[in-house]
Design a protein around this ligand. Structure first.
Ligand SMILES: [Zn+2]
Ligand SMILES: [Zn+2]
Length: 237
């Protein structure tokens, strides 16, 4: 029996993440490049850019623009070890993503065949993102390797570390994906707590964590509406 390394729900055999947490990982990897661009634009803009009004009446055109050290850390270089990253708020984005890609590449078996036809399975030594080693490049790379990642219990570590990273970044950019409450109640716990979040695939219940894919929600919502309308109709009759 397999279970989700994040929420411990039963999963399909051999998988260590449930559909809800897979969708979350995918959404985070899609969100991160845009968040990093925001950090860059808002906090590391050239010193000539700030509006005069912000500097105020000191009359000093060369007043230093305050740069948040947390932003410099996030956007800076650095190294991390994927399996032992503590959420101490000092790991740069690139270092975290690169460390995970390195870990995945190292455990991913590369199958080669020697001239005598013998098959050899050995770990790849290096991850090569097609878009070079940028935040976007690593996010695309990690998304492509998600199906492999999900087959390992350490996907829980990746989820925890990416979640903490997104928290740090959103805290600075004050930008979070929009949430759209849905009209039909949760089919599992009946709470009116189903929410769609921009960039997240599917719909999740805030109350119990139940996750529906879009087609399942559409069918559920149509059935709910039908029952509701029939009930109202007969009450009015
Ligand atoms: Zn889960
Ligand atoms: Zn629910």
């Amino acid at each position: 029996m397999s279970s989700c390394a994040v929420c411990r729900r039963a999963t399909e055999p051999g998988l260590h993440a449930c559909p809800r947490h897979v969708a979350e990982l995918r959404a985070w990897l899609a969100e991160l490049p845009g968040q990093a661009r925001l950090l860059q634009q808002e906090f590391l803009a050239p010193a000539a850019a700030p509006a005069a009004g912000r500097i105020g009446g000191t009359g000093r055109a060369d007043a230093p623009v305050p740069v948040d050290l947390r932003v410099l850390t996030l956007l800076g270089p650095g190294h991390a070890d994927a399996r032992s990253v503590d959420d101490d708020g000092t790991v740069p984005i690139l270092a975290l993503l690169g460390a995970w890609a390195g870990h995945i590449a190292y455990t991913y078996p590369a199958v080669t065949r020697d001239p005598y036809g013998t098959t050899h399975v050995q770990p790849c030594d290096q991850a090569w993102p097609r878009h070079y080693e940028t935040i976007t490049g690593w996010c695309i790379w990690l998304t492509a390797y998600l199906p492999y990642t999900l087959a390992h219990p350490w996907v829980g570590d990746l989820h925890r570390q990416l979640g903490a990273l997104l928290d740090r970044v959103r805290d600075l950019t004050h930008t979070v994906p929009h949430r759209h409450p849905q009209g039909a109640p949760c089919p599992q716990c009946e709470a009116f707590a189903l929410v769609a979040v921009d960039g997240h695939w599917g719909i999740t219940c805030d109350a119990c964590g139940h996750h529906l894919d879009p087609a399942a929600y559409a069918a559920h919502a149509a059935a709910f509406l039908h029952t509701h309308q029939t009930a109202t109709g007969s009450a009015a009759a």
